[in-house]
Design a binder for this molecule. Sequence first.
Ligand code: NAI
Length: 255
Amino acid sequence: MLRLQDKVVMITGAASGLGAAFSRAAALAGASVVLADIDDAAGQGLAEALRAEGASAGYQRLDVTSEAGWETAMAAVRERHGRLDVLANNAGIALRGSVADCSLADWQRTLDVNLTGVFLGCRAALPLMRAGGAIVNVSSVYGQVGGAQVAAYCAAKGGVTLLTRSAALHGAALKPPVRVNSIHPGFVDTPMTQGALDLPDASGTTARKRIEGMTPLGRLATPDEIVGVFLLLASDEGRYITGSQFTVDGGLTAQ
Ligand code: NAI
C-alpha cells in the first residue's frame, strides 16, 4: 500500500520548487494530484510529465489570492474527484525589505499571497473534507524567528504559524477530524532563492556562502529534503499530529 494511495491531493504553487517536489512525491505515493498555480505553462508541463510516468495528475489554474478563484478550483475538484483529502498551501513569494523600507504595495502583496492565500485555501478546502483530511501549510523559519530584511515575509509567515494552530483546533473538533500543520523550511535551493543566491555583496561574499556559514549542516536544503515531512503530515502515518510546527532547517534555528 502506497503512502497516499487513492488520496486526492491539491498543491498550490505546484509548478516550481517545493510545490513541484511535493506534487511529484504525492503522485509517486499513489495520490491523484491537482497541481494549482498561476504559471500555466510550467504547471501543465509538470502535470503532463507526471501523467506520462503513469501518475494521476491534472493542472488547475489558481491565483491563491482570489476568493472566486478558490471557488472555481474547488468546484472543479468536487466535479472530478468528489472530495479532497489533502491540501498543501504552498504558494508563496519573497519580496525583500526591512520594516523601514518595505513599500505598502510589497507589504500588501506579500500578505495577500502568503497569508490570505492560506486562509482562503483552508476555508475553501474544509467543505470538501467531510470524510476527514489533512492541510499542510508551508510557513518558514521566518514564521518562527525574525529576519531584518524580510519584514512583510516574516509577518505573513508568522501569521501562517498561528492561523495553522487556530485551524487545527477547529479541524480537531470535526467528525472525522481535519488535521492542520505547518512546515518551516530553512533555506532551500529553489527558483525563489536562486536569483539572489549567487550575487556577491559589497564584501564579495555571496548569499549562498553566508547561508552555508550560518547553517549548522553547512548547506542549503534541496526541495526533496522537505518532502519527507510533507508526506508524513499528508498521510495516515501522521494521523495523531495536528496543530504542530515542523522545522526543517539544517539546525539554523537551534542556535
Ligand atoms: P518558488 O518561487 O520556486 O515557487 C513558488 C510557486 O508559487 C511558483 O510556481 C509560483 O508561480 C507560485 N505562485 C506565486 N504566487 C502565486 C499565486 N498568487 N497563486 C498561485 N501560485 C502562486 O518558491 P519555493 O521556494 O518553492 O517556495 C514554496 C513555498 O516555500 C513558499 O511558500 C515559500 O515562502 C516557502 N519557503 C521557501 C523557502 C526557500 O528557501 N525556498 C524557505 C522557507 C519557506
